[in-house]
Design a protein around this ligand. Structure first.
Ligand SMILES: Nc1ncnc2c1ncn2[C@@H]1O[C@H](COP(=O)(O)OP(=O)(O)OP(=O)(O)O)[C@@H](O)[C@H]1O
Ligand SMILES: [Mg+2]
Length: 250
């Protein structure tokens, strides 16, 4: 059984048909990459998985831990262990690093309480403590009293990931974590992603930067115009000049 499975998903924004027959799986423990150009449908796929609306998923099925989560609300999906770090890295710029992390914890406690009181959600494990986060991201400890808006792009990305990990996370969805970062900083974020993966969290990484994503991914999918056009190991994609050239421009 795959941890996450999309089976023939069709998703729409209003009447625009964006995802067409998208099927993919993410296996427990792996780093899976979903690659594609601007506007290919990467963010739409992640939003569909996390329950964010729009888009509307009108056909197909999304299952997580063998449970159908297709029509579920985002809070219920999040309580089951899926955390999304969106493209825009939503940190609170006027709050310090420590305050940003604290707020993530407060919202996690609230959603667990709601889940328990409805009796629908089994909380399997809670997220990282602030101390664990600082151990994982020493740079955030050094900067804990600094306002998040004054962090570098790479540090903000790490803070956004750290906030997600304060929630109960079995599957971490990362939307273009390398966007706008210099190569040296990309290497730092890559190290952070590897450590998170090594500690047992499964990762679905969405990127335009195929070269960097292939570095850390076990398996890759390529999406183009809302359809999956390649599926295989990172090594197979590296060897597939035609696919890389045609759909990724690298
Ligand atoms: N809220 C929306 N309403 C209507 N169309 C949208 C909306 N959001 C995205 N789209 C369209 O859906 C398609 C897929 O967009 P999506 O954001 O999934 O692409 P992407 O692969 O994440 O691209 P990028 O790499 O630029 O982030 C695009 O054609 C886009 O214009
Ligand atoms: Mg996007």
């Amino acid at each position: 059984m795959s941890l996450l499975e999309l089976d023939a998903v069709d998703a729409y924004y209003g009447e625009s048909h964006i995802l067409r027959d998208v099927s993919l799986t993410v296996e427990e423990g792996e780093v899976c990459a979903l690659l594609g150009r601007n506007g290919a449908g990467k963010t739409t796929t992640l939003r569909s998985i996390s329950g964010a609306r729009p888009p509307d998923v009108r056909e197909g099925r999304i299952s997580f831990k063998d449970e159908d989560v297709t029509a579920m609300d985002p809070e219920d999906i999040s309580a089951r262990g899926i955390s999304l770090v969106p493209e825009e890295r939503r940190v609170f710029p006027n709050l310090t690093v420590a305050e940003n992390l604290h707020l993530a914890e407060v919202s996690e406690n609230r959603s667990n309480t709601v889940g328990r009181s409805l009796g629908q959600v089994q909380v399997e494990h809670v997220g990282m403590t602030t101390e664990q986060v600082y151990e994982e991201f020493p740079r955030l400890r050094e900067r804990k009293t600094q306002k998040a808006g004054t962090l570098s792009g790479g540090e903000q990305q790490m803070l956004a990931i750290a906030r997600a990990l304060k929630q109960n996370t079995d599957l971490l969805l990362l939307d273009e974590p390398y966007e706008g970062l210099a190569p040296q900083i990309i290497a730092d974020v890559e190290d952070a992603i590897r450590r998170i993966s090594d500690s047992g969290t499964t990762i679905l990484l969405v990127e335009q930067n195929a070269v960097a994503a292939m570095d850390i991914a076990d398996r890759c999918y390529v999406v183009d115009q809302g359809s999956i056009v390649f599926e295989g190991t990172a090594a197979a994609l590296r060897d597939n000049d035609e696919t890389r050239d045609r759909y990724l421009g690298v």
